[in-house]
Design a protein around this ligand. Structure first.
Ligand code: DGL
Length: 278
């Protein structure tokens, strides 16, 4: 594997761009290929089987791009499929950091909230990470199924988004959480609304920074960081490039970005044994 090979980053839609934005700050010389499955988002209300099937189609796409690493910039796929992907692929696969460590550090009353998709909350991934640390903190999970469709539609500021946020955050306000994990990579797009509702005494934890740092650490450890080059970003989506372009503009400078439409149908029926290690 060459150090100048690209890094694949992916999500169900535009959410993973919040992770790309952090990666660009940390490793600007890397070639990044992003894939957002905007034609089939949201994933978070789908069955585990379907989510894993889509995940492997995306990984097959990245296999064909000969990436040196894939960053699963989606909490839902991370919760349901990260281990499977790590076992199956020939390149390292990094999932979204749970943000639990950062939340514990920020919290003084040890009441921690996590908002995420239905599938992520149902997986218990955040609760398991907290349990494994044997910390006395209490976790308050809240599924927010209305958020991803609203954000994908570009409704970052709208009465519907605000009403959904009020509804979802109320139980967390009642529980007096003092740190709140954004357990879905789409949510930083509405970070200012969430901050406004939770107030100045609650720390919002966006695990994108830790996720980018996790990816960097693995590349550094394997001697796989790009040594030279000014980097490049290719953003691929399965639907509506114009909308994706508008949303990408919220989190990154688009001057040198190339946008491409990808049809994942070419990777349907992908069999793990054929394309992977083992
Ligand atoms: N950004 C994805 C996540 O972090 C959203 C999944 C969805 O499409 O519902 O979970």
């Amino acid at each position: 594997m060459r150090t100048d090979a690209p890094i694949g980053v992916f999500d169900s839609g535009i959410g993973g761009l919040t992770v790309v934005s952090e990666m660009l700050k940390l490793m600007p010389e890397e070639r990044i290929i992003y894939f957002g499955d905007t034609a089939r988002a949201p994933y978070g209300s789908r069955s585990a089987e379907e989510i894993k099937e889509f995940m492997f189609q995306i990984l097959a796409f990245f296999s064909a791009q000969q990436v040196k690493m894939a960053v699963m910039a989606c909490n839902t796929m991370t919760a349901l499929g990260l281990k499977l992907a790590q076992e199956a692929m020939a390149f390292p696969v990094v999932g979204v950091n749970t943000g639990i460590h950062a939340a514990l550090q920020a919290s003084t009353n040890h009441q921690i909230g996590v908002i995420a998709t239905e599938a992520t909350i149902a997986s218990g991934n955040h609760a398991r990470t907290l349990q494994s640390l044997e910390h006395a903190a209490v976790l308050y999970p809240q599924a927010c199924p209305k958020f991803v469709p609203l954000i994908e539609a570009g409704e970052l500021i709208s009465p519907r988004t605000e009403a959904a946020a009020q509804e979802y955050l109320l139980p967390l306000q009642k529980a007096k959480v003092d740190s709140l994990i954004l357990g879905c990579t789409h949510y930083p797009f509405i970070g200012s609304l969430l901050r406004q509702i939770m107030g100045p005494n609650v720390t919002l934890i966006d695990p994108a920074k830790e996720t980018a740092a996790d990816a960097y650490a693995i590349l550094a450890q394997q001697g796989m960081l790009a040594k030279t080059g000014s980097g490049s970003r290719q953003l691929c989506f399965s639907a509506d490039l114009k909308r994706a372009q508008r949303m990408a503009g919220h989190v990154m400078d688009l001057e040198t970005v190339q946008f491409t439409k990808i049809d994942l149908q070419d990777f349907v029926g992908y069999h793990r044994e054929e394309d992977c290690v083992g």
